[in-house]
Design a protein around this ligand. Structure first.
Ligand code: 5AD
Ligand code: SF4
Length: 473
């Protein structure tokens, strides 16, 4: 069989990135090899997101561009998967005639069959069937991704919460947890392939296993913590209503669990939280933040905020700003509310104007910038353990003062802050490949979205920001 090339464009959250790895893995037996160059592709797959209107627009604009490519390369196959595919089904082909395949969030395991059918019959196929439930894989590591230090592992799919603005329960289905043995085996396989950090994924990891009577999430974390060779564990996302004491204690007790929690609050107003069907109050959220910080003072807390939910008054919005001031998040993702098909908030009157949403979004982001910079600056001078992920993508080569060129490495603190550094004129780690290692870095400078540091070996490292003398290419 001839090798064919597969290009995957992943839009959206970590869950989609995980699914894209699965797509690449299931198509390997069909001799499809992943390429980073779209021009080379025989098959282009777009793994789509439907969470907000903007994500949907992004998908259609990319598909629009693919029409030109197909005109000059008629044999090119185009597949659309993921959440928007699940939501729209055949409507995608009606709107975009050059698309060959639409496959939903539960159809990845059926993908080889679907592609073979299209290749042999040159027909169009839509498969958005969700009746078989969760897609299960015996994940055997992804060869094309060998060398990756950090990977996502899905521990559950779907969601039962039905927040009124959210499309996820409709496009990802009801909540289903994977069996702990499968998760542990998958992580062991990844560790053998060189992975040193995993991020456990689920829409609401706190309710892991409850429905199926499996282990509770904190117990699963304990088992993952015991895996030899794994250095770090992260997870996302936690629903504040289900954040349990056990899980809070895990931050204190489990050595490998990183000291960061993403705890989406969405709004600081009780009235809006109720309309959103979030099932917690502002006071309960603040109480949980306080408990977390008491148990684990260095924990970083990040969150999501939606501005301009239908009926959100200026007073409600003020309550959100106040909450941000009270918590002082380490980082925040903020979004303008957008109507989604099926989500019940779509039917609410009193929509907020685009202009008002824009202004509220800016107010949130400006306020948060202040706290982000403050939390980053507070780290200057401290020594942090960084898990090195590889070379920094943006600024690969740094010209050191001796004229010597060195690579810029990148990694994260336990609290999930990005740290870039060079190897001190070839000192300390020499030319060693340090991706996958935990190294000690003295933080020298804080930027809005990253930190700059220097490797530390012994206690008596001279302070001073050598990077300042460096010219960044
Ligand atoms: N409009 C705006 N933001 C939304 N989110 C989810 N649905 C919507 C919507 N309809 C945001 C929430 C969620 C994050 C992943 O996306 O903040 O936590
Ligand atoms: Fe959507 Fe709410 Fe479920 Fe999160 S918890 S995926 S916001 S319905």
């Amino acid at each position: 069989m001839n090798t064919k090339y597969l290009y995957i464009n992943t839009i959206g959250c970590q869950m989609n990135h995980y699914d894209s790895d699965q797509i690449a893995a299931v198509l390997r037996p069909l001799e499809y090899k992943v390429t980073p160059l779209m021009e080379m592709a025989d098959l282009v797959i777009v793994n789509t997101c439907a969470i907000r209107e903007k994500a949907e627009q992004k998908v259609f604009s990319f598909l629009g561009r693919l029409a030109d490519m197909k005109r000059s390369k008629p044999d090119l196959l185009i597949g659309v998967g993921g959440c928007l595919a699940q939501q729209e089904g055949a409507r995608i082909i009606e709107r975009m005639g050059h698309v060959d395949l639409v496959f939903g969030t539960s159809a990845i395991s059926r993908l080889p069959r679907l592609i073979e059918q299209i290749e042999s019959e040159r027909c169009r196929v839509v498969d958005v069937d969700m009746s078989e439930g969760i897609d299960e894989f015996d994940f055997a590591g992804n060869e094309s991704d060998n060398g990756k230090v950090t990977r996502f592992v899905t521990i559950m799919q779907g969601c039962d919460n039905f927040c009124s603005y959210c499309v996820v329960p409709y496009v990802r289905g009801r909540e289903v947890s994977r069996e702990p043995e499968k998760i542990i085996n998958e992580i062991r396989t990844l560790v053998k392939a060189g992975v040193r950090e995993v991020t456990l994924l689920g829409q609401n990891v706190n309710s892991y296993g409850k429905k199926e009577g499996l282990l509770i999430f904190s117990r699963l974390l304990e088992l993952v913590n015991e895996i030899d060779g794994l250095l770090r564990i992260r997870f996302t996302t936690s629903h504040p209503k289900d954040l349990s004491k056990d899980l809070m204690f895990a931050f204190k007790d489990l050595a490998k669990l990183c000291k960061h929690i993403h705890l989406p609050v969405q709004s600081g107003s009780n009235r809006v939280l109720e309309m959103m069907n979030r099932k917690y109050t502002r006071a309960l959220y603040l109480e949980k933040v306080k408990k977390l910080r008491t148990l684990c003072p260095e924990i970083a807390i990040t969150s999501d905020i939606i501005v301009g939910f239908p009926g959100e008054t200026k007073y409600d919005f003020e309550k959100t700003l106040e909450l941000i001031k009270e918590v002082r998040f380490d980082g925040l993702f903020a979004f303008k509310y957008s109507d989604r098909p099926n989500a019940t908030a779509t039917r609410l009157p009193e929509k907020i104007s685009e202009q008002e949403k824009k202004e509220r979004l800016k107010a949130v982001l400006d306020l948060q910038d202040y706290y982000t910079i403050q939390t980053n600056e507070a780290l200057v001078g401290s020594e942090e353990k960084i898990l090195v992920e590889g070379y920094s993508k943006k600024q690969k080569v740094v010209d050191l003062h001796g004229g010597r060129q060195d690579f810029q490495w990148t990694g994260r603190t336990s609290t999930n802050k990005i740290v870039n550094f060079v190897q001190n004129d070839g000192g300390i780690y020499g030319d060693e490949i340090i991706a996958g290692k935990l190294v000690s870095i003295r933080i020298m400078k804080a930027f809005p979205h990253s930190l700059w540091g220097e490797p530390v070996k012994a206690a008596n490292i001279p302070l001073g920001f050598r990077g300042e003398k460096a010219h960044v290419a």
